[in-house]
Design a protein around this ligand. Structure first.
Ligand code: GLC
Length: 517
C-alpha cells in the first residue's frame, strides 16, 4: 500500500534561517526549530517543508547547494537533522525537504572540478560550458534574477546560469547528473524524509545551442517529464514517499501534465497564489484547478504565500491585489487593516478547498511584508542583479517574532539577520496566543476543523450571487466568502463553525468568510 496522507495535508513551510535561532548567531537553525516543534504540533499541521538546509555559500538563501548530502554548519549537523526527523515523526509530523536539481553552487565539488578540468573535459559536460561569440556570451539568454545568463571563466569559456552566477546550471543530458540525483534522493529517503519539494522543477531541460523555436527556451521542454518518471520510480520504491513540484507555469494544462500518475504527486498552485481578490477571477482559478486535476486523480494544492512572494496581508491591502513573481509591486500604498481582514477570509477559503494546503511561516501570524529593510542589509541576489531597482524577496523572510515586547522577540539571543519591525510586538506568538480574535487563533481553529473533516475530496458550488464564493464539502461543511462591497445574507445553517470576522446578525459583511454546518 502506498501512502496517501499527502492528498489532503496541511504542510507548514519552515524557512530555517528565519524561524528560530538556537545558538545566538542571529540565524535560525535546527536547534531553534527543534525547540519549537511543540508549537507546530499544536498548530495542527501534518507536515513540515524545509527550504534547503545543505552546506551553501548562501548566495541565494541556500538555493546554491555545495553538498547535497550534508547539513549547512550554520543550521546544525547531519546527526541533528536525523534527530529532528525522528522527533517530528514521533509527533506525527512528516518531513519534506527541498531538492535543487537545476543548478548547484559554484562551490560544489562537481563545479570546482569542472572549472579545474578545463575545456572539453568530461567534468565540464555536467554543466553548460560553451565558447563565446568573440567577447559575447554564447547566446543572449537573460538570468531570471536579471543580467546575462552566462558568466565567463578565466580560460575563456562561459557557463550557463538561469539564476545567479553562483548557481551554475546542470546539464541534464548527462547520465551522470541523473544518477547523482537518484542517489541524493535515496540518501535522504534512507534518513527518513517523507518527500521532496523540487525546486524550479520545470526548467531542467534546455539546449542553448539550438535555434530559437518560438517556445520558451527552458521552461517545460521535452524530456523534463522523463526526469520525474525516473524519480517517481525511486520514491515509489520507498513505499510512496512524495514528490512536490515547484512548477511556475501559466498554462494549467501543461502544469497538470506534471501530475500524471507516474510523475509528481502534487505541485504548488501558483495560479491561485497570484490571483487577485476578486470573486470571478478566484472562481475561475478554482474551477480550472479542479478541472485539470480531476482527470488525473491528483489532489490540488492551495497556496497563499511562500519565501518568494509578498506576504498576503500586504498584497490584499493594495488597490491592485494581483501578484506576479517578477512584479512584486514594492512600495505601493497599502492598507494593512484591510489586507489583514481579507487575508483572514482568504485563509478560510483556502483551507476549505479540496486537496492540500500550504502555510508559510508567519502567515498564521498575519505578518506583513517588511518593505523598509535598509538596502545595505538586503541579501536577496535580486537586489544587486537588478541594479538595486527591485528589493527582491527579503521582506517576507524577516525572522519570526515569538514573544516579548521588543526585537528580537524571543527569536534568539543574537541580532536577527534581518531587522524585525518594532510594531511586531502585537504580532508575536505569545501575544496572539492570549487573544482569541488573533490571526493565530483563527489558523489554529481552522486547522483543527480542517484536520477533522476537510482536505482531500470534492466540492459543490452554491450560487449566492456574483460577489460570493460558496461551496459545500463532502462532510456537509459550507464555506461562504463575501468578496463584494455589501453585506449578503448568510444561507440557512444549524451552526456557525468559524468566521473570519464579526458577522452582522444574519448578514455576512464584505471581505468576510464563514464556515457553516
Ligand atoms: C525557486 C526558489 C527560490 C530560488 C530559485 C532558484 O524559485 O523558491 O527561492 O531563488 O528557485 O533556486
Amino acid at each position: 500500500m502506498l501512502e496517501t496522507w499527502w492528498r489532503g495535508a496541511a504542510i507548514y513551510q519552515v524557512y530555517l534561517r528565519s524561524f528560530a535561532d538556537g545558538n545566538g548567531d542571529g540565524l535560525g537553525d535546527l536547534a531553534g526549530l527543534r525547540g519549537h516543534l511543540g508549537y507546530l504540533a499544536e498548530l495542527g499541521i501534518n507536515a513540515i517543508w524545509l527550504n534547503p538546509w545543505y552546506p551553501s555559500p548562501m548566495s541565494d538563501g541556500g538555493y546554491d547547494v555545495a553538498d547535497y548530502r550534508d547539513i549547512e554548519p550554520i543550521f546544525g549537523t547531519l546527526a541533528e537533522a536525523e534527530k529532528f526527523i525522528e522527533e517530528a515523526h514521533s509527533l506525527g509530523i512528516k518531513i519534506i525537504i527541498d531538492v535543487v536539481p537545476n543548478h548547484s553552487s559554484d562551490q560544489s565539488a562537481w563545479f570546482k572540478e569542472a572549472l579545474a578540468a578545463g575545456p572539453g573535459s568530461a567534468a565540464r559536460k555536467n554543466f553548460w560550458f560553451r565558447p563565446g561569440r568573440g567577447d559575447l556570451p554564447p547566446n543572449d539568454w537573460q538570468s531570471i534574477f536579471g543580467g546575462p545568463a552566462w558568466t565567463r571563466v578565466p580560460d575563456g569559456e562561459w557557463y550557463l546560469h538561469l539564476f545567479a552566477p553562483e548557481q551554475p546550471d546542470f546539464n541534464w543530458t548527462s547520465p551522470e547528473v541523473h544518477a547523482e540525483f537518484h542517489d541524493v534522493l535515496r540518501f535522504w529517503f534512507d534518513r527518513g524524509v517523507d518527500g521532496f519539494r523540487i525546486d524550479s522543477a520545470a526548467v531542467l531541460i534546455k539546449d542553448p545551442d539550438a535555434e530559437p523555436d518560438g517556445k520558451d527556451p527552458y521552461t517545460d521542454r521535452d524530456g523534463v517529464h522523463e526526469i520525474y518518471r525516473e524519480w517517481r520510480r525511486v520514491s515509489d520504491s520507498y513505499g510512496g514517499r512524495i514528490l512536490i513540484g515547484e512548477v511556475w507555469m501559466p498554462d494549467q494544462e501543461a502544469f497538470a501534465r506534471y501530475l500524471r500518475p507516474d510523475e509528481m504527486h502534487t505541485a504548488f498552485n501558483f495560479a491561485f497564489l497570484g490571483c487577485p481578490w476578486d470573486p470571478a477571477a478566484l472562481r475561475e482559478v478554482i474551477d480550472t484547478t479542479m478541472d485539470t486535476h480531476a482527470p488525473l486523480g491528483a489532489p490540488p494544492t492551495w497556496v497563499l504565500s511562500n519565501h518568494d512572494v509578498t506576504r498576503p496581508v500586504t498584497r490584499y491591502g493594495r488597490a491592485d491585489t494581483s501578484f506576479g513573481h517578477d512584479d512584486r509591486k514594492h512600495g505601493m500604498p497599502t492598507d494593512l487593516a484591510l489586507g489583514t481582514h481579507r487575508a483572514r477570509a482568504a485563509a478560510l477559503l483556502t483551507m476549505a478547498l479540496p486537496g492540500g494546503v500550504y502555510v508559510y511561516q508567519g502567515e498564521e501570524l498575519g505578518l506583513p511584508e517588511v518593505e523598509d529593510i535598509p538596502g545595505a542589509l538586503l541579501q536577496d541576489p535580486i537586489w544587486e542583479r537588478s541594479g538595486r531597482t527591485d528589493r527582491g524577496r527579503d521582506g517576507c523572510r524577516v525572522p519570526i517574532p515569538w514573544s516579548g515586547e521588543a526585537p528580537p522577540f524571543g527569536y534568539g539571543t543574537g541580532e536577527p539577520w534581518l531587522p524585525q519591525p518594532a510594531s511586531w510586538a502585537q504580532l508575536t506568538v505569545e501575544a496572539q496566543s492570549a487573544d482569541p480574535g488573533s490571526m493565530l487563533a483563527l489558523y489554529r481553529k481552522a486547522l483543527l476543523i480542517r484536520g477533522a473533516e476537510l482536505g482531500d475530496g470534492t466540492m459543490t458550488w452554491l450560487d449566492l450571487g456574483p460577489d460570493v464564493l460558496a461551496f459545500r464539502r463532502d462532510s456537509g461543511l459550507t464555506c461562504v466568502v463575501n468578496l463584494g462591497p455589501d453585506p449578503v445574507p448568510i444561507p440557512a445553517h444549524s451552526s456557525v463553525l468559524l468566521a473570519s470576522g464579526p458577522l452582522a446578525g444574519d448578514l455576512l459583511p464584505a471581505d468576510t468568510a464563514v464556515w457553516l454546518r
